[in-house]
Write a protein that binds this ligand. Structure first.
Ligand SMILES: NC(=O)c1ccc[n+]([C@@H]2O[C@H](COP(=O)([O-])OP(=O)(O)OC[C@H]3O[C@@H](n4cnc5c(N)ncnc54)[C@H](OP(=O)(O)O)[C@@H]3O)[C@@H](O)[C@H]2O)c1
Length: 282
């Protein structure tokens, strides 16, 4: 199976690197700029050609469109695909609609979406190991993508019939919004009179510890801290210092979310926590 990559950005580079490490034959790459394509081809090693998008499609059996979401439909439509050729995008937020231009020409289309963040073009193979990838596509393509995901050391969740916006929102909560939480933590840190510069290094071990707890236990058992202990007085003191600020509103909303975990508190403690998060500083 000859694999082609259209879009030598962060994911395209990581995916191509991981596929080569898994023994797959990435034969050709293309990108908006020759520089990106050449950079990737060089990293992948001998035998990988830098070609125009149409030539990549012509010379490969399985083609990944790893361009930004907004560019997928236009790119898929401007290429002449072969009957039965495999065309795959990697967006979590999009269904197969943007590939309809390829479907009209008889191609089989699919999606392979790694539930992982790729902040740079390097380090691809390791970042696939142990993750889950969303996969969509009718057979034989669906089966091929499942096998590829397995060879990358990842697991599969099938996306047929899945609401892609909600699925992708879940990924944003688990990934991007963790960064938002760290921004909020830094604000509270500076409110305490500590320097913003020391926030990240001081708080990151807490973040990693919490992530490890979530990885090892169900959510209810992973939770530590005042809400888990039913320490209503401490929660009230937090709310008093945060007040009616946006930070206070965020703290209350997240606290209310923690109470959906069905924590083993007596009725009076549950009610006091619920009231505290509903009422805020007052
Ligand atoms: N990065 C992640 O963490 C991640 C995770 C999961 C899924 N994805 C998905 O992977 C896909 C690519 O995302 P990315 O983060 O890798 O983006 P990216 O780093 O911006 O890379 C996209 C590449 O596509 C090329 N490109 C940009 N605009 C284009 C256009 N209009 N037409 C053709 N090529 C164009 C660019 O090439 P040049 O460098 O040559 O300009 C760029 O390197 C998206 O569908 C995204 O949803 C990304």
């Amino acid at each position: 199976m000859r694999v082609g990559i259209l879009g030598a950005g962060r994911l395209g580079s990581a995916l191509a690197t991981a596929l080569v490490a898994a023994g797959e034959q990435v034969k050709a790459v293309s990108s908006r700029t020759v520089r990106s394509a050449e950079h990737l081809a060089t990293a992948l090693g001998a035998g990988v050609a830098v070609l125009a998008p149409q030539a990549v499609a012509d010379s490969c059996d399985l083609v990944f469109l790893t361009v930004p979401d907004a560019a997928i439909a236009a790119l898929a439509s401007e290429i002449r695909w072969r009957e039965g050729q495999w065309v795959v995008h990697c967006s979590g937020a999009l269904d197969l609609g943007p590939l309809s231009g390829a479907v009209r020409q008889g191609a089989l289309v699919g999606c392979l979406h790694p539930l992982q963040s790729f902040p740079s073009r390097e380090g691809g193979a390791a970042r696939f190991r142990g993750i889950t990838c969303g996969v969509e596509g009718s057979n034989p393509l669906g089966r091929v993508l499942e096998e590829l995901v397995g060879r990358l050391g990842a697991s599969v969740v099938r996306l047929e019939g899945v609401d892609r916006a909600a699925y992708h929102a879940a990924a944003v909560f688990a990934s991007n919004d963790v960064v938002a939480l760290m921004a909020a933590a830094r604000e509270a840190w500076t409110l305490a009179g500590l320097s913003a510069a020391s926030a990240r290094t001081s708080l990151v071990p807490l973040l990693l510890g919490a992530a490890q707890n979530v990885a090892e236990h169900d959510l209810r058992d992973a939770l530590t801290g005042p809400v888990a202990r039913g320490d209503v007085d401490t929660v009230r003191r937090h709310l008093a210092v945060l007040g009616d600020s946006e930070l206070g509103a965020l703290y209350r909303r997240l606290g209310a979310e923690l109470l959906t975990l069905d924590l083993p508190h007596d009725a009076a403690t549950s009610s006091a926590l619920r009231d505290a998060f509903a009422a805020g500083a007052g």
